[in-house]
Design a protein around this ligand. Structure first.
Ligand code: SF4
Ligand code: SF4
Ligand code: FES
Length: 216
């Protein structure tokens, strides 16, 4: 029995108007995110017998987004952020060939199920409510998948720095800890993106080279 089963039992037997969002019950749709005993989790992936049985199980809606009803939150802000990201744009006249290591590298980022548990736990959104200035770890994962794609021809480095607030991330790794897809959000997505921003904006050697050769 998983926590989602327990919620369905409550819905079926005790409170038929309990609002719970779910779809797959297979940890693949990302709909059933909640805070179980204070920890952000997928309720369909959290076994009841993995929790202390001598005390009640407490299930709360994810905190970073407004509650619509009971355990259902309004996560539509995420879709607005997503729309602002320049999608995959192939280099002109590119040969459509990729090497396996390049495929493997971006494949990790494609595993995201948009559960938004990482968005929920990130203190920049959760405690500081920087939704206007900060896109959040889920979208750094998406941008990493695009920026590291060998056939993509667009740079999103300026947007990362100026619109997506990458600098607010202080690499606490809380997002990585809660990701049900085990995406190494900080090590494999955020840190390489931060390096790209530093190279672009703060590397004194590159700055000098650009000055001498007039390169952009
Ligand atoms: S590592 Fe960065 S993005 Fe992830 S939770 Fe911490 S501050 Fe947020
Ligand atoms: S990166 Fe992981 S935690 Fe964040 S939305 Fe995707 S699957 Fe969920
Ligand atoms: S119901 Fe789909 S991830 Fe839990």
């Amino acid at each position: 029995m998983v926590v989602l089963d327990a919620l369905h039992y409550i819905q079926g037997h005790l409170a038929s108007d309990l609002a719970v969002r779910w779809n797959c019950k297979a940890a693949k749709c990302g709909s059933c995110s909640a805070e179980v005993n204070g920890r952000p989790r997928l309720t369909c992936k959290t076994r009841v017998d993995s929790l202390p049985m001598d005390e009640p199980i407490v299930v709360n809606p994810i905190k970073s987004f407004p509650v619509i009803k009971d355990l259902v939150t309004d996560v539509s802000w995420n879709y607005k952020v997503n729309k602002k990201i320049t999608p995959f744009t192939p280099k002109p006249n590119v040969e459509w060939k990729m090497y396996q290591p390049d495929v493997d590298r971006v494949q990790e980022f494609r595993k995201c199920i948009e559960c938004f548990l990482c968005q929920n736990v990130c203190h920049v959104l959760r405690d500081h409510e920087k939704k206007e200035e900060f896109a959040g770890p889920r979208f750094f994962v998406r941008v990493a998948g695009l920026e590291m794609h060998p056939l993509d021809g667009v740079s999103r480095v300026k947007a990362l720095k100026e619109e997506m607030g990458l600098g607010y991330c202080n690499i606490t790794k809380c997002c990585t800890e809660v990701c049900p897809e085990d995406i190494h959000i900080t090590d494999n997505a955020i840190i390489p993106l931060k390096e790209r921003v530093v190279d672009e904006y703060y590397d004194p050697v590159l700055k000098m080279v650009r000055k001498i050769f007039g390169a952009k």
